[in-house]
Design a protein around this ligand. Structure first.
Ligand SMILES: [Zn+2]
Length: 264
């Protein structure tokens, strides 16, 4: 059986793909990555992600939301825009949204407002939510936990934390997205030891392209740009760390993505 993977987080509207977007998507399909969820991270980015997905039915889907970096741009027009995008068939999640105190590109107060608003939209629309958290664990859980009973499903995308926060996320019912961070022998080593504590039915894989090029790729690509065609490398390292076959991890992560996003 050829692979049929789903990249649940790919920033395919990123300018670095402007010159070869169609070829990049063909390389993904050739590598067995048959479906990709395009991350919407700002108002314009979410509009673009939905448009890109509508141009590639059955292959691309999109999320609609505002990343905490752009929370300072979250104004009266933003929530209605996300709601409108959320009504499209290709938009399968609200987000990415959450808190990022690592860089604080937006003031924390504005991050909290944008996060709460998007959780409310997820609750209203019934769509799952695509979550980002960096260096903001306590506030993140404090805002998220009371909202969860009204939210269908939630994924902590690009999980890079320690075992303690993984346990807490799992007990909250979150699904866990693992990227090529796990392929980084410097920063991702700890993920090898804890990725096996993610139950089979909560594990998702993603590239976060064009970011986070897997460092274990051989031969090394000529550019630092990551792309969905490299998702099988994330699969390989995750399977190795979990002591499971790649076929098994491919099957469960694809089934999980279909269930999580409600794909056909
Ligand atoms: Zn993110």
């Amino acid at each position: 059986m050829p692979l049929s993977l789903i990249d649940i987080g790919a920033n395919l509207t990123h300018g670095s793909f402007d010159d070869d977007r169609e070829q990049m998507m063909q390389r993904a399909r050739d590598a067995g990555v048959t479906r990709m969820v395009v991350t919407g991270a700002s108002s314009q980015g979410s509009i673009d992600a939905a448009a890109l997905a509508e141009a590639h039915p059955g292959t691309l889907y999109a999320t609609a939301g505002v990343h905490p970096h752009y929370a300072k741009d979250y104004d009266d027009a933003t929530a209605p825009l996300i709601r409108e995008l959320a009504s499209k068939d290709v938009v399968v999640a609200v987000g990415e949204c959450g808190l990022d105190y690592f860089r604080n590109f937006s003031p924390r107060e504005e991050q909290l407002v944008a996060f709460r608003s998007q959780l409310e939209i997820a609750a209203e629309t019934g769509l799952p939510v695509f979550l980002h958290q960096r260096d903001a664990h306590d506030d993140f859980v404090e805002v998220l936990e009371p909202a969860l009973p009204r939210i269908s499903r939630a994924v902590a995308h690009c999980f890079t934390g320690e075992h303690e926060s993984l346990r807490e996320y799992l007990s909250l019912g979150l699904w866990i997205g693992v990227t090529g961070w796990i392929c980084d022998e410097r920063r991702g080593r700890h993920l090898h030891d804890i990725v096996s504590s993610i139950p089979d039915d909560r594990l998702l894989i993603e590239t976060d392209a064009p970011y986070l090029l897997p460092r274990t790729l051989t031969p090394k690509p000529g550019t630092r740009r990551n792309e969905p065609a490299f998702l099988p490398e994330v699969l390989r390292i995750v399977a190795q760390a979990r002591g499971q076959s790649e076929e098994h991890v491919a099957r469960i992560t694809t089934e999980n993505a279909v269930r999580f996003f409600g794909l056909d």
